[in-house]
Design a protein around this ligand. Sequence first.
Ligand code: NAD
Length: 259
Amino acid sequence: MGLLDGQKGLIFGIANDRSIACHIAKSFIAEGATCGFPHLPGEKNERRVLKALSAIEVADPWVLPCDVSSDEDIDNVFAATKEKFDSIDFVVHSLAFADRTYLKHGMFAETPRDVFSQALDISAYSLVAIAKRAKPLMTRGGSILAMTYYGSQKAIPGYNVMGVAKAALEASTRYLAAELGEFGIRVNSVSAGPLRTLSSMAVGGIDEIFDWVSKKAPLRRNVEAGEVGKTAVYLASDLASGVTGENIFVDAGYSVVGL
Ligand code: NAD
């Protein structure tokens, strides 16, 4: 018996086998879930997603192109999902984007208006746009989960505009939780410690962050992506039936330490 037996849903955000979304997919499938995988459009991107899914032995993967800055793309994904699954139980939002030029210490005040808007649009508004389309398909209630980082709450050098986007994302989970709770839909976020992925490599000074966390976090190490996957399973499962609007840190305890 898996914790997610019979559950169906979408996992947004696989780019390659290092993506947090890929680790979440592995954990969800091991617990019995059936998933669709919307990914950034483009043949090369699709090939990488299929390769990542084959590495975790997903049989017959269902992948769909979706640039979340396009309402039309999101509409198409949910129309196809309605046709394929009829109803869904979960959506995982594991994606973000900001122009890396401005993800360096000393560059936050330089952030141009269009770079700021794009980061907030792709990394935060997309959760609202996705939740709107997920709601009518979550006929038995459901779980929506977003991925965030501690840079939403503290100014972490180099995280810059992405920290502002994550603050908006976390606030959006609370507002969505308050509004969708009456339909049995829970909305939460997981705040992961630093992990080596394509996105984190764009953050200036990331190696220093890994080093610092491994020395100062209560568990004296960095977190592993599989640990984020396990917490995501918990949040999507009935074990978390009373949990909504929460942000759960999976960061080896780093966020509780003041130094
Ligand atoms: P990743 O690069 O593997 O994943 C980011 C994903 O965002 C990619 O699949 C990319 O295609 C997608 N994306 C970017 N722009 C998009 C768009 N316009 N439309 C659709 N998809 C788009 O990196 P990751 O670390 O797995 O990131 C996943 C999530 O986890 C992000 O929200 C990230 O901020 C968050 N997070 C990462 C870390 C870390 O240290 N890696 C820590 C905490 C939170």
